[in-house]
Design a protein. Structure first.
Length: 94
């Protein structure tokens, strides 16, 4: 992986801290999972807010899966495998 330059916006850490008190935070992206995991090492290096990353990062692991994600678009049904029925959801999208 190449070096990343990431600028974390003001208030992001505070938002993560607040939201993590009442939500399990998931990350959904069409970017490669390996890239997202690297970004999370910068955003939340201690894994304090975004826990169980292998499970809670929903992103393609290879180019074939990435093409499928792109073809299908983003969909709430992508979370169906997480068995989140009956829980409250907060979805933040870029």
């Amino acid at each position: 992986m190449t070096d990343l330059q990431i600028h974390i916006r003001d208030g992001v850490q505070e938002m993560l801290e607040l939201v993590s008190e009442f939500c399990n935070i998931y990350v959904y992206s069409h970017g490669m999972k390996s890239y997202i995991l690297e970004v999370l090492k910068v955003l939340d290096p201690e894994g304090k807010y975004i826990k169980e990353r292998e499970k809670r990062v929903l992103a393609p692991v290879d180019e074939a899966m990435q093409a499928e994600f792109a073809k299908g678009g983003k969909s709430i049904k992508d979370f169906a495998s997480e068995n989140l029925q009956g829980t409250d959801w907060l979805i933040i999208d870029d």
